[in-house]
Design a protein around this ligand. Sequence first.
Ligand SMILES: O=C(CO)[C@H](O)[C@H](O)COP(=O)(O)O
Ligand SMILES: [Fe+2]
Length: 222
Amino acid sequence: MPDYKIAPSILSADFARLGEEVDNVLAAGADWVHFDVMDNHYVPNLTIGPMVCKALRNHGVEAPIDVHLMVDPVDDMIRMFADAGASYITFHPEASRHVDRSLQLIHSLGCKAGLVFNPASSLDAAKYVLDKLDMILLMSVNPGFGGQKFIPATLDKLKEARKLIDDSGLDIRLEIDGGVTRDNIREIAQAGADSFVAGSAIFNQDDYAEVINAMRAELAQV
Ligand SMILES: O=C(CO)[C@H](O)[C@H](O)COP(=O)(O)O
Ligand SMILES: [Fe+2]
């Protein structure tokens, strides 16, 4: 079985009790913390920045923090999030003038690097920088909001990304973000994903462990 990772998106957590929410979801069995950064410029919404990431580290969060930058431009935010304790930093290629340079910047600051692809974007931007990628993240909703419905065409795109990764022989994670639930996670894994962001499907329930366990039970059947 692949080394599946479940990454709850704190976009759907109660921001007024964020430290406690992150503690609870990790205690419930989550692997990573998915941290959505929106700038009201690249996407029509505004969320949280590096100070909140740092606050989670100071609070005692040791799990990998998977920072999904939905900002334009990216380089200043990359520096700030590396300083704030990010583990993975992913960005949308159209938000950087020099994608290769931004990926190198992430690595030079000691973090893992990834590119994020919107539903309508082709994977072309990944092709010539595969050796600089630790992760390819496919958006299965349009970025900007939690609680949207999974776009089914992403399943074929996952298969395409999986082939690209397998053919390269490189160690690159394939993450999916948007509309992931206990009902579709198995099909998503069958299409090639190994890392699963889920916001509303987890945080909108009372019992986080129950949802995460149900997701793992689905993954065990892939
Ligand atoms: O990047 C995102 C939105 O831009 C979020 O990570 C994503 O939408 C997760 O929320 P949900 O699981 O509720 O769809
Ligand atoms: Fe995200």
